[in-house]
Design a binder for this molecule. Structure first.
Ligand code: G3P
Length: 219
């Protein structure tokens, strides 16, 4: 299983990378806007912090434009940058062409198992179903992950399922129970996964008692 961060905030990426278990980072145009920084500069910096796949999204809507942008990003940015492409017919064609170039891709904005299958057939390295945005409509985002994983089980699909639009730790755990290969989550969710009040309380108790052991000269 892979744990990715879904942010373009390099301070947050540095913090989580220091935990030693960060496998990759996903960005999108909205996250780049939020960073307030130059697109290529910030993606290159992220790629220097984390060795894993770093998704950089194309913004052209036509196939030729996506392919041109994808090739330029691969040319200009570090080796571990992969190309994020929207799940549209034009994006599907661009995914096929870039895959034939040997470029790794992440097909994004996936909201149905049918879209995920189409992206896999085009050779996508990752497909990104958006759980939280489905939940936001009143439907069940996790049901989509289950449907995709069940479909994957029937065939020898190499494309990794990258669960995105994660809102809370329960999403992450449910994805892992269903066998999703990768989850990308905001920093808040990453921190929540590691946090438990009984760990904090227990550690404080151990530290207090150890101070008394030291004071007694028994350390
Ligand atoms: O990176 C794409 C996805 O994870 C977006 O999440 O929170 O904007 O629905 P969100």
């Amino acid at each position: 299983m892979e744990f990715f961060l879904d942010t373009a905030d390099v301070d947050e990426i540095r913090e989580i990378a220091s935990w030693g278990i960060l496998d990759g980072v996903t960005t999108n145009p909205s996250l780049i806007k939020k960073s307030g920084r130059d697109f290529k500069t910030v993606v290159a910096e992220i790629a220097s912090i984390c060795n894993g796949p770093i998704s950089a999204e194309v913004t052209a809507l036509d196939t030729a434009g996506m392919v041109e942008q994808g090739r330029a990003l691969k040319e200009e940015l570090p080796e571990n940058v992969i190309i994020k492409i929207p799940c549209t017919p034009e994006g599907l064609a661009a995914t096929k062409i870039l895959t034939e170039d040997g470029t790794k891709t992440n097909v994004t904005l996936v909201f149905s198992a049918a879209q995920a299958l189409m992206a896999a057939k085009a050779g996508a390295t990752y497909v990104s179903p958006f759980i939280g945005r489905i939940d936001d409509t009143g439907a069940d985002g996790m049901a989509l992950i289950a449907e995709i994983m069940n479909t994957w089980d029937n065939y020898n699909v190499e494309t990794k399922v990258l669960a995105a639009s994660i809102r809370h730790p329960t999403h992450v755990l449910a994805c892992m129970q269903m066998g999703a290969h990768t989850v990308t989550m905001p920093t808040k969710t990453f921190r929540q996964l590691m946090s438990h009040p009984l760990t904090d309380k227990g550690l404080a108790g151990f530290m207090k008692d150890w101070a008394e052991v030291e004071a007694a000269g028994n350390a």
